[in-house]
Design a protein around this ligand. Sequence first.
Ligand SMILES: [Mg+2]
Length: 375
Amino acid sequence: MDLSSMNASPVLADSSPINQTILGFHSSVFSRSIPKKKPAKLDDVRFNGWLDAMQSSSPPRKSMLKDIAIELASDDNDLVYYSWMLKYPSALKSFHHIITRAHKKKIVIFLDYDGTLSPIVDDPERAFMSIEMHSAVKDVAKYFPTAIISGRSRDKVYELVGLTELFYAGSHGMDIIFPAKDTILINHLNYIRSMDKQGKEVNLFQPAREFIPMINEVFRTLVEVTKDIPGAFVENHKFCTSVHYRNVDEKSWPMIAQRVHDVLKDYPRLTLTHGRKVLEVRPLIDWDKGKAVEFLLESLGLSNANDVLPIYIGDDRTDEDAFKVLREGNRGYGILVSSVPKKSKAFLSLRDTSEVKEFLKSLVRWKEQMLNVDS
Ligand SMILES: [Mg+2]
């Protein structure tokens, strides 16, 4: 990526009207009356596009499968999963292949947080890493440059991870912090010199800074319009805001979508993406987790594909932008965390957070063995 070309604001010049495509179907669908008592059915064509998007971004847990009338025997589930793994092999089983490719290269680790390092839980405020995962991430960061790229605000994800030795990119990569000593590029319009909480000099990169007042305004409005929907929870991530519906009764999903849509139609410079049981409102700018990965690699002097092997582990749709960057540049490994078959741009897969932990520990063990051999 040519960073010099990014001195201009990354805001897209042609912002398509949000009400044309929001939630994956045409806005005219919303204008029809929504039956108040009759719950939406999965085979109801009016909601198919929306429910498909919701369900594909929120894969049901095994215990929920009966609720949506998918009754596959567990053996069948395993069969489907294992045949999917032919296309997305296990990163644990492919470990030898990865380290062979990493020979004489510097491995750089990128980690999503929710659903990758911490399990998805009902209360996003309580999405904590296990003690074992915390120490696995800490150990990995001893040997490899390691960045967390999350949809959460940078402050929040730092609070949850609590490791000063990592790089952090919050708000889907729209809020990046570097220790000043590690940064090789400082003459950039969107860089801000600052101090972190420990008083160390840092550089901030915030391509959507101008959107902060707008996001605050939308956040307050979304809190107001969803306050009577039991289980709805709105979170402000500074450069984006999200409406969680994981605790909302499925019968109320059309209502929550309608309310969010009605708010957003007044903000053509904002867009919406689907996370896992969350509607995410973001600035309509040409910036995503993939761009953040490229930017971090370049800013840290690690963009030479011949010397560097990036590994990105994530479970969300927003992580697909990063998988795509690695796949298209044939630069490293995107690893999708999923316990159900999903289409992805990743090369490899891990089933859950516990396999992520095993993978990180394997990297540490391998690196320590290599260091012992060398010494
Ligand atoms: Mg995630």
